[in-house]
Design a protein around this ligand. Structure first.
Ligand SMILES: *Cc1c(COP(=O)(O)O)cnc(C)c1O
Length: 429
């Protein structure tokens, strides 16, 4: 029987196999047909400690029998309060910069970014009502960015085949060149020039652009970008949806640059990857611009499941794991294990441009057919599937983003498969 399920980012016309997964534990997926796969990309970048973490699973079970869901306009519950306090406690801090002090819940990375953009424009709108400034609405974005698949988040992301059909709906932004090696000053100069025109905000993925191809830049550039925004009174929005929760080696990527953004979006690993939840953190001025006796100035955003209690209980358990276990130690061990093997793989003539930030590693396969629409990525996916490995290359860029519980034997198996892929898919001279 043909399945009625319509999968995301899947071309059903190609009839690629769609593996059926029955259960998962740690870094392993157990297939319905009895096979196993190593989940090298954390089930699309969300699983941090490993699948079915017992502390998180127990918290979900406990909460599901206590309070499942509650209207969050004008009501509250302990799991949400606990997560908000935990987020404020764990958020990046730096001397002389206002702390992130308020937490707005939502349910996906895309909505957390939409909320960030709405907060930024709401800030300028409400301050303009007070005659404190002109209203501002222009958003600055970094070239090659990805911030989600809703209309607003596509608008602030890279334009291409994946959003061409909706181009008429997307709003205009100003794009700052990506600070690739040798182009750092070009990027910073363009940002300064764009900031002079008083935009509302600049949104970035800190240290590494994920879906744009695992493109990395230094903490020094991130720090400089944030400083330029501060000098020009432009709100600095950090999209930590992918980079948060230890991915880059620190809990949040902004820490490495000593940057406290005005607004920060988190999602993916916030529940350890067990259940959807997201949050947008903001400094006091953002909140204060909406706090008033005037109802017209409240923050008009909600979704039915805002701060769902079961999801918040999972996030509270994740935060407890971060506070009580040596997660950063595990991440350091995993990162070192990846670095050692990546260096060896980079000697293989089929590969170029190895790069790594914490637990995220990427390398480019040298090949003649590299575009996003070439059939290379599906052929690579099938090759890795046969080798018991879940990987989803971005064009000719193969990347790893595994759960932190991955062991040395699994790392060896992954890198053996990568080398085998190099042998098989290398461009023939
Ligand atoms: C995945 C991602 C998003 C979107 O998150 P969803 O939960 O898939 O909506 C936004 N920003 C970045 C940087 C991401 O990697």
């Amino acid at each position: 029987m043909v399945s009625p399920v319509w999968h995301p980012f899947t071309q059903h016309g190609l009839n690629e196999p769609i593996p059926h997964v029955a259960r998962a534990q740690g870094a392993l997926l157990h297939l319905a047909d009895g096979g196993t796969l190593i989940d090298c990309i954390s089930s699309w970048w969300v699983t941090t400690h490993g699948h079915c973490n017992p502390r998180i699973a127990a918290a979900i079970a406990q909460q599901a029998g206590t309070l499942d869901q509650l209207i969050f306009a004008g009501y509250t519950h302990e799991p949400a309060e606990q997560v908000a306090r935990g987020l404020i406690d764990l958020a990046p801090k730096a001397p002389g910069q206002p702390n992130l002090a308020h937490v707005f819940f939502s349910d996906s990375g895309s909505t957390a970014v939409e909320v960030a953009l709405k907060m930024a424009l709401g800030y300028w709108h409400n301050r303009a009502l007070d005659g404190l400034c002109e209203a501002r609405s222009r958003i600055l974005v970094l070239e090659h960015s990805y911030h989600g698949d809703t209309i607003g988040t596509m608008s602030v992301g890279e334009r291409g085949v994946y959003n061409a059909a909706w181009a008429p709906l997307l709003f205009d932004v100003d794009t700052i060149p990506f600070p690739a090696p040798g182009r750092e000053q070009l990027c910073l100069d363009a940002l300064k020039a764009a900031c002079a025109a008083s935009p509302a905000a600049f949104i970035v993925e800190p240290l590494i652009l994920g879906a744009g191809g695992m493109l990395v830049y230094s903490p020094a550039i991130l720090r400089e970008m944030a400083a330029i925004c501060r000098r020009h009174d432009v709100l600095f929005i950090a999209d930590e949806v992918m980079t948060g929760w230890g991915r880059t080696g620190t809990l949040f990527a902004c820490e490495q640059a000593g940057v406290v953004p005005d607004i920060m979006a988190v999602a993916k690993g916030i529940t350890g990857g067990a259940i959807p939840l997201a949050a947008t953190l903001a400094t006091a001025p953002l909140f204060e611009a909406h706090r008033s006796s005037d109802r017209a100035r409240l923050f008009y955003h909600s979704s039915s499941y805002t701060a769902n209690a079961i999801a918040c209980a999972a996030a509270a358990a994740n935060i407890a794991i971060w506070q009580e276990e040596d997660v950063l130690g595990r991440i350091a061990t995993l990162s070192a294990g990846i670095a050692e093997r990546l260096e060896k793989l980079a000697q293989h003539p089929a590969f170029a441009n190895p790069r790594q930030v914490g637990t995220v590693a990427a390398i480019d396969l040298i090949t003649a057919d590299a575009g996003y629409l070439s059939d290379l990525a599906p052929r690579l996916r099938a090759f890795f599937l046969e080798h018991g490995i879940l990987l989803r290359p971005l064009g000719n860029t193969i990347y790893l983003m595994p759960p932190y519980c991955l062991d040395a034997g699994q790392l060896d198996a992954i890198f053996a498969a990568l080398a085998a892929a190099g042998d098989q898919f290398a461009a023939k001279a």
